[in-house]
Structure formats: C-alpha cells, structure tokens
Design a protein around this ligand. Structure first.
Ligand code: ADP
Ligand code: ASP
Ligand code: MG
Length: 418
C-alpha cells in the first residue's frame, strides 16, 4: 500500500466524460489498496474565462476579489469529481482551500503556500476516503481566499504530497511526460525518462509550462517524488510510464555525459525595453533597476552598450509582458533621476533557452546556438546565461523556427521521426 497524490490538469478535467475517466483512474489506485488524495485544476479555458470577467468588470481590479472569482473554477471540478467517484462506489469528499486549510501568504494572485493542516486529510485518507482538493487556491491568516499564480495546481499537488508525506506525486496532464521541447511545436521532440529537479526548475522558469516553476522548487526542497504522465493513456503496469523528476544522484554518470542539452524552452511573454542615452557613470543602472525592484517587477536579460563619445550609453532589458505598463510608468516617473533620452519597447519578442547540466563541463554550447540561429538568418537581440542555461531574445515570429533549428543542432531529434 502506498500513499499517493494524483493531480489532474485542465484538459483532463474538461467535461463530464473526462472527469469520469479521471475518476476511473483514481478508483484503479484505490482498488490497488492505496490511500489517495486528488488535486484538480479547473476545466481547460475556465480560468481564462473567469479572468476575463474580472477585466471586463474593471481593468484595474482588487486582487483580493480577483482571487474570489478565479478560485471558483477549481471549486466546481473538485465537487464534480467527488460526485463522480461516489457514483462509482468510491468514498470521496472535497476539501476546499479554506476547509483544510491550506494557509498562504497574502500576496493575492500569486500567494505562497505557508502551511497545510493535514489532520482532517490524513484521517479521511486512512479511513479509505479519497480526498479531492481544488488546486490553485488557499486562504490567508485573515480568512481571505487566495490563488497561487497561473499553473498553480501543480504546486498545490506537490505541497499536499509533502505535507502528507506521500510516496508519490503523479501529475497527470495532456502529454505523456516531459519532452526535450514542447512536443506541440516540435513533433520530433523526445520524451525524457528522467530529468533532474535542477534542470526541470530551469526549464520551467524559462517557459516549459508542463510544470509550474514553484512546484519544482518545492519538490526539490521537500524531496517529493514527482512523475509527469498522461491522463489519456491506459493505466499500465510500468512503474514509470511518464517522466520522473529525480535528484542528480539518480542520473547515471553516463547519462549525464551523453546529454549535453536536456531541453529547449520558449517564452513569448517577455517584453523588451530600451532606454537610450543613459549617463555612463556609477549609479546609473542602480537608478534604473532599483525602482523596478521596488515595484516588484522582475527584470531578466540586461545589456548595456559601449558608451557613446558623449559619455552616455543605451540599456536594454526584458520584463514580463504583463508588467510592461507598470515598468514604463515606473521608468517615466524616474526619468529625471535616470537621465535617459527615450524609452522604446517591444512585445513582439520571444526568449529561447537551452538547458542542460552537461553545460557545466562542456564549452561551446552557446556558440553552437549562435551559429545555428545565424545560419537561418535569426537575429539575436539579447543574451543571458546561467551555469546550466543559455537564453537568447529573438523576434517572436521566429520562435517555432528557432526551437526546431536548435533541437536539431543539439542532436535532440527523435531517431525514428527524422
Ligand atoms: P495542465 O492543464 O495539465 O496543467 P499545461 O497546459 O499546464 O497542462 O501543461 C502541459 C503542456 O505543456 C503540454 O500540452 C505542452 O504543450 C506544454 N509543454 C511545454 N514544454 C513542454 C515540454 N518540454 N514537455 C512536455 N510538455 C511541454
Ligand atoms: N486553473 C489554474 C490555471 O489555469 C491553475 C492550474 O490549472 O494549474 O492557471
Ligand atoms: Mg499546468
């Protein structure tokens, strides 16, 4: 007998028939003698629909009320799954975020889980009742509903798994594992049997939305055994049908050596900002990035040009597209202190990243990238690197082409699909 957390994403929960399929899968685990908690997403498209209602009601709205609205999608699917399980003769009960409770910070719309009270949950599970938990939602210390940021149900699942000390956290989605890149863009992408926490964290943070970044960080910290698998494939006896997220120690030396690049991700949600004629003197960049940090705006890639003869320089950087309006507002307000001449911005950009722990011991990864892109006439507008990642900023229209070209350049294409 094992204690498992099963998480089902939006596509898996979209409609009565699919929820029935999910319930059958849950029943399969219960019949095998396992204790089960299920974390569910809202039906695909539902969260977008609810967010739109908020925008229509008022473009600038109270995040506390936004959370009340958008958390509703998961409330519906958790109740529906409990009903469906009961109809199949499986004991089941839903537990909303405030009922467990799942305590979070008060950062509405992107709250962090602080604590999960497992008393009721563990009692129910050990009495053979399936606990159905809506993902994405929690409650603050003063009892207001919160949500965890887009894709947050993955984080709910990992947090529940850590809290109940589950043997496994199975993330069921609409693809059968983590691939070398988004299989919807590159049909020749290869499924990875294993990927390290560190690589998955990096891949997720640069746009591979198959897992929410925070869920991977939490799994790494709490040592949760996470597997990504498809809710549409028939259950199998294979203990690892999908992709297992593992520690470095579980990836053999040979595998590490063989795989220089683990995966490629893209992100079309960045915006590029350029400030021209910024004074080239100490403190100038602090004047730009200090106020952005104070406004909680995340800056990612940064380039500063060589100074002009006039003693000034151009500074280019990226911010999340959703934060562009606030970033412009913050910079315009600080224009006199920063001393720039013009502010230019562009949302038609995409960030393409290659990730792999093999990069630590191999030179030439970045130059392979630049060569491959140059051969296809793709212009690189900005570059950033970390120990296991190289990212470039390009024109958004060239995203798919760039991902495909790089996938081939690093030898990641599946052999049978050439
Ligand atoms: P869910 O609703 O189940 O949470 P998501 O849409 O959030 O599903 O995540 C699954 C999607 O992630 C897939 O449909 C796929 O298009 C996308 N994806 C992006 N990068 C990858 C990758 N490297 N491997 C697998 N899927 C990926
Ligand atoms: N329903 C939420 C979203 O679409 C959370 C999730 O599905 O993980 O972002
Ligand atoms: Mg998701």
């Amino acid at each position: 007998m094992a204690r498992i957390v099963m998480k089902f994403g939006g596509t898996s929960m979209a409609g009565t028939e699919r929820i029935r399929n999910v319930a059958a899968r849950v029943k399969h685990e219960v019949d095998a003698g396992n204790e089960v908690a299920v974390v569910v997403s809202a039906m695909a498209g539902e969260t977008d629909r609810l967010i739109n209602f908020c925008r229509e009601a008022a473009p600038l709205h109270d995040p506390k009320e936004y959370d009340v609205v958008v958390a509703a999608g998961e409330q519906i699917t958790s109740g529906l799954l409990a009903i469906t399980l009961q109809a199949m003769g499986v004991k089941a009960r839903s537990w909303l975020g405030w009922q467990l409770p799942i305590k979070t910070s008060d950062a509405h719309a992107s709250a962090r889980i602080e604590d999960i009270d497992t008393t009721g949950l563990i009692a129910a599970m050990s009495a053979g009742e399936v606990a159905v938990i809506p993902g994405f939602q929690g409650v603050t210390a003063d009892n207001r509903i919160t949500t965890l940021g887009r894709g947050g149900s993955d984080t709910s699942a990992v947090a529940v798994a850590a809290a109940v000390k589950a043997d496994r956290c199975d993330i069921y989605t609409d693809v059968d594992g983590v691939y070398t890149t988004d299989p919807r863009i590159v049909p020749r992408a290869r499924k990875l049997a294993k990927v390290t926490y560190e690589e998955m964290l990096e891949l997720a943070s640069v746009g591979a939305k198959v897992l929410q970044t925070r869920s991977v960080g939490l799994a790494m910290k709490e040592n949760v055994r996470v597997q990504v698998l498809s809710s549409f494939d028939a259950p199998t006896d294979n203990p690892i049908p999908g992709t297992l997220i593992v520690g470095d120690d579980e990836i053999g030396e040979d595998e590490m050596e063989r795989q220089l690049i683990t995966g490629i991700a893209h992100d079309k949600n960045e915006a590029k900002v350029t400030l021209t004629s910024v004074p080239d003197r100490p403190g100038a960049v602090a004047n730009i990035f200090g106020p952005l940090a104070d406004a909680n705006i995340n800056v990612d890639m940064i380039i500063q040009n060589i100074a002009h003869d006039s003693g000034s320089t151009d500074v280019t950087f990226t911010v999340p597209g959703a934060e562009l309006a606030r970033a412009i507002d913050t910079l315009e307000k600080g224009k006199d202190v920063i001393g720039f001449s013009t502010l230019m911005h562009d949302t038609k950009v995409a960030k393409i990243s290659v990730v792999g722990v093999g990069m630590r011991s191999h030179a030439g990864v970045a130059s392979t990238m630049f060569k491959a892109l140059a051969q296809r006439g793709i212009n690189v507008q900005a570059i950033s690197t970390s120990e296991i990642k190289v990212s470039v900023l390009i024109d958004e229209d060239e995203t798919e082409l760039a991902v495909r070209v790089l996938h081939t350049a690093y030898g990641l294409d599946a052999e049978d699909a050439a």
